[in-house]
Design a protein around this ligand. Structure first.
Ligand code: SF4
Ligand code: SF4
Ligand code: SF4
Ligand code: FES
Length: 952
């Protein structure tokens, strides 16, 4: 029987890791064939036979503690536990007999003697495995009574904002402990005491909030009783309906079941069949959905003539007509190229596709860009140049086959937590880790995980680092010459070889630049090159530099030189920040590329789109985001349609961005909240959350997954419908009745998507592109037999130091990153209970630097750079090295980007967020900019309040 046919949604124990053969056996008189290594419990479950159990679940290895799943096996003494007994050829198993029922009932009565018997009032009445087993065995009471010593009065832990732990309901099955250890890898839970006294505890007898718990919810998912329960279930009741969708936070793209009761979301539970997450989640996707119903949501369109005026609430028709008129007036006065649009990686593929289509076909120019400009645009450029495709090479599960993982400028436990859990599992199995990061990130040393090497490089020295690694590989004879000769351009390889062999690229020579001891770097290079399978995962610590594209190419060079591309367990893998960074790039959001990364200057490609869109397209690339800002300040660029992106907070050099936004004559913001950018807007078009619309997201492993509408749109329109209305009002006809039709158009026009459609995504669960005639079910691993560009290209990666260096005036280097509980600009997570973990951006400073400046943890610190200054609280920590300070950018009032500069990547203009020379001083009051912002914010809030009072 196939797993898809079984009526049971939990098979008790996991699929065997390596199933090489099949085994035939008989269970309750029926023959079954299953994978060798399966448990008897799993084999029975595959036949639809549910063996009573309490401590088993198919997301965790069998534990065998509850003694409920006993079976009889012909020729064996006693009653073995079916969860820990593996199938054998010819085995004859009985799961039911009078003796087994008696044994089970006896065990169950013992459990019940220490469990409240008030099922009717229990929040999980009807969704409790203990209750199910009791019902199945007909046990309603316990012969042992409830009067003996028990745990009925144990105190409930309600410290976590999202779930409770009620020890009186706990049957000490260890599922939560195993979930925290094996699935999440945090090891926050233990069992204290022995025998009857044993009890589950977080940390060292701490509350969940005081402990190491990161609130991933894995323990809650696995708890068979109400001991660990979502507060939302206790408050709202059990869900009635469930819809599978995709998380709208990070680029891992976890699949979830949205469980609803009426029009209310009760909980989000990670979907076991989701290939990106396999039933796991993090605190954001699992619990932080409260923003979707937050009172700050704007659901009525608003317009105004100037940002010094109050908003006026208007109908959709008025808002769309006003916008179209203003854009046409601006184009008539200042020319066709005076307007443009920005798509967002938080929006769906279909939405971003339509925005770029609107700009190219409706505005008649190519002034479209996306927020990937400020994060992973160097990935697109670097990987396209070297390998031929602007995307990561692997599926996430590939990491399970890696022997060595090199993590460069990425902090997955904070930014890509579910991938981090997979990685940690592989590391616990014995793979080795090289961390390349200026900060001591958690993976350098965390429970049961210790990096073999932490190369604590100085911000701005990435290219020097990759070159030094490559130098060691080629000069110590560690390159895979056979692979290179078969798979790469030999001429380019020879030129690169001559370049990289130079003494100027040796670790010894570059040590003073990178700060990495040469011997440590050499050891790391050997480890990477000599591993059977070595995989590179990288993040914004690679791309957000003046040489971001160069580092990406350098990373691809390392992988090609060692033959680590084209199979599982290896590869070059950008960890994408936002949910749809990959998709927004795929969909033609960059000014020079049509969907599928095809250059706008190519007449053949343009012809294809012109034919489908029935319009003439401009052959010249349009403005990038920074060019739009510059042009706005110069007076050449006057109108901007900004969908789902908060450029006023997320883009660097806030003074410059604000000046540009103020210079616009028509700024249209489409979002769910009146975000920072909307304070400068003339039109606000209320968007929908991911729960209120249909579409698709593409995650960091090129996986296209469905976003399914669960609730009606609060504004009355899904975001794609707004773009359609705007296009029609501008006189460019768009006509779709469902996002699936937009995807059909994308597939018609984009070779890598040609076999993608909604029916197929629904049938397969998700699809990794390329998905076309050659790969009708998608492509988990790229570049298998040859690179997409044919032969791999070794690009020369000369190191050019950034102009942003520490000086006497600005002696520290500021670098930025994220925290687990907050997401990007924080617009969503700041409006959830996740603020319990982080309610402000903090500045990390090394004790030596802090002492020099008389700074203690908790002090207000002024940070100034040549771009601007701001004030935030300090944390004195050795996570950062002397000379380096670090902060996050989740809170608008901190304004981390007031300090970051206009420096950017030479190839793509991706800002150099990761290196800013700053000074830090102890202060007592906010910066001038912060004071001005407070006034401006109060004024804009008053404008909004007035509009709300007046109504439409
Ligand atoms: S929520 Fe996650 S991290 Fe916290 S105890 Fe449960 S499994 Fe562990
Ligand atoms: S809290 Fe739940 S999962 Fe953990 S031991 Fe108790 S009953 Fe089992
Ligand atoms: S890891 Fe990313 S995609 Fe998964 S639940 Fe967390 S935020 Fe969502
Ligand atoms: S389910 Fe097998 S011993 Fe608990």
């Amino acid at each position: 029987m196939s797993e898809l046919q079984t009526p049971l949604n939990d098979l008790g124990t996991p699929r065997p890791r390596e199933a090489l053969t099949r085994v035939s056996l008989e269970i309750d008189g029926q023959q079954v064939q299953v994978d060798a290594g399966s448990s008897v419990m799993r084999a029975a479950a595959l036949m639809g036979i549910k063996v009573p159990s309490l401590c088993a679940t198919d997301s965790l290895d069998a534990f065998g503690s509850c003694r409920m799943c006993l079976v009889e096996i012909e020729g064996r003494k006693g009653s073995p536990a079916s969860c820990t007994t593996l199938v054998e050829e010819g085995m004859v198993v009985s799961t039911r007999s009078d003796k087994l029922e008696k044994l089970r009932r006896n065990v169950l009565e013992l459990y019940i003697s220490d469990h409240p018997l008030d099922c009717v009032t229990c929040p999980t009445n009807g969704d409790c495995e203990l209750q199910d087993v009791a019902g199945e065995l007909g046990v309603e009471d316990s012969r042992y009574g409830l009067t003996g010593s028990n745990h009925q009065h144990a105190v409930k832990d309600e410290s976590n904002p999202y779930f409770t732990f009620d020890p009186s309901m706990c049957i000490v099955c260890y599922r939560c402990v195993r979930a925290c250890d094996d699935i999440q890898g945090t090891f926050a839970l233990t069992v204290d005491g022995r025998g009857f006294e044993s009890k589950i505890t977080a940390g060292q007898m701490e509350s969940f909030m005081e402990s190491e718990c990161v609130s991933c919810g894995a323990c809650v998912n696995s708890c068979p009783t109400a001991a660990l329960e979502e507060k939302s279930v206790i408050e709202i009741g059990l869900p009635e309906k469930s819809t599978v969708t995709t998380c709208a936070y990070c680029g891992v793209g976890c699949a979830f079941k949205v469980e609803t009761r009426g029009d209310e979301v009760v909980r989000m539970t990670p979907y076991k069949d989701g290939k990106a997450n396999e039933g796991h989640a993090c605190v954001k996707g699992r619990f932080a959905f409260g923003y979707t119903s937050h009172k700050d949501r704007i659901t009525t369109p608003m317009i105004r003539d100037s940002i010094d005026e109050s908003w006026r609430q208007v109908s959709w028709q008025q808002a769309i007509e006003f916008t179209a008129r203003r854009f046409r007036e601006i184009q008539a006065e200042y020319g066709r190229d005076s307007v443009g649009g920005i798509t967002s990686s938080r929006c769906s593929n279909e939405e971003t596709y339509l925005v770029q289509k609107l700009v190219r076909a409706g505005f008649g120019n190519n002034n479209v860009d996306t927020c990937a400009r400020v994060c992973h645009s160097p990935t697109g450029y670097g990987l396209k140049t070297t390998l031929g495709e602007s995307a990561g090479t692997q599926a996430f599960d590939s990491v399970a086959k890696a022997d060595v993982v090199m993590l460069i400028g990425a902090n997955p436990t904070e930014a890509h937590p579910v991938f981090a859990s997979r990685l940690k599992r592989r590391l616990r199995e014995g793979a080795q880790l090289i961390v390349v990061d200026p900060r001591k990130i958690e993976l350098v040393n965390s429970p049961h995980v210790r990096a073999t090497h932490h190369l604590q490089l100085l911000p701005g020295s990435n290219v020097a680092f990759v070159n030094a690694m490559a130098h060691v590989i080629v000069t110590e004879g560690l390159a895979d010459e056979t692979y290179i000769r078969e798979r790469c351009e030999i001429e380019a390889w020879q030129s690169w070889l001559n370049f990289i062999r130079g003494e100027e690229n040796s670790p010894e020579h570059l040590q003073s630049v990178t700060g990495i001891p040469a011997s440590e770097l050499r050891a790391a290079a050997r480890l990477y090159a000599e591993a059977g399978n070595a995989a590179i995962y990288y993040g914004l610590g690679v791309t957000e530099h003046s040489q971001g594209s160069t580092t990406v190419m350098g990373i691809a060079n390392l992988a090609m030189a060692t033959g680590n591309l084209g199979r599982e367990g290896v590869g070059v893998n950008p960890l994408r920040g936002q949910n749809n960074v990959q998709g927004s790039c795929d969909m033609g959001s960059f000014p020079h590329e049509l969907p599928g990364y095809r250059h706008i200057s190519d007449p053949e490609v343009r012809g294809l789109f012109e034919n489908e869109w029935q319009v003439k397209l401009q052959p010249e690339p349009g403005l990038r985001i920074p060019n739009m800002f510059d042009a706005a300040i110069c007076g050449d660029f006057k109108g901007l349609y900004c969908q789902g992106e908060d450029i006023a907070q997320s883009d660097p050099n806030t003074h410059h961005v604000e000046a540009a936004l103020k210079a616009l004559e028509c700024l249209v913001v489409q979002d769910i909240f009146l975000n920072e950018t909307a304070r400068f807007a003339h039109v606000f078009l209320p968007g929908s959350t991911f729960l209120e619309k249909n579409g698709t997201f593409t995650n960091a492993e090129r996986r296209i997954s469905r976003v399914r509408k669960v609730l009606p749109s609060r504004s009355g329109k899904e975001d794609w419908e707004i773009t359609v209305d705007l296009a029609n009002a501008l006189g460019y006809p768009m006509n779709y009745s469902h996002p699936s039709e937009i995807m059909d158009e994308i597939a018609r026009l984009t070779p890598t998507f040609s076999a993608v459609n909604y029916a197929k995504i629904d049938a397969l669960g998700s699809i990794q592109w390329p998905c076309n005639e050659a790969a009708p079910e998608g492509t988990p691993t790229m570049h298998v037999d040859e690179f997409v560009r044919g032969k791999g290209y070794f690009a020369i990666t000369g190191f050019v130091p950034t102009s942003e260096r520490s000086t006497r005036k600005y002696p520290l280097l500021l670098t930025t990153g994220r925290v687990l509980s907050q997401y990007n600009v924080g617009a969503q997570t700041r409006r959830t209970k996740n603020t319990a973990w982080a309610d402000q951006d903090l500045l990390e400073i090394h004790p030596v630097d802090a002492e020099d400046r008389g700074i203690s943890s908790g002090d207000w610190v002024g940070i100034s750079s040549r771009a601007g200054d701001t004030v935030l609280r300090a944390v004195v920590t050795e996570k950062v090295q002397p000379g380096v300070v670090y902060t996050t950018f989740h809170f608008p009032l901190t304004g981390a980007n007031i300090v970051t500069t206009g420096n950017s990547d030479w190839a793509t203009n991706c800002p150099e967020y990761k290196v800013t020379a700053v000074q830090a001083t102890r202060v007592t009051q906010p910066s001038e900019w912060q004071k001005q912002q407070a006034v401006f914010n109060r004024q804009q809030k008053a404008f909004l309040d007035k509009a709300r009072r007046s109504g439409v």
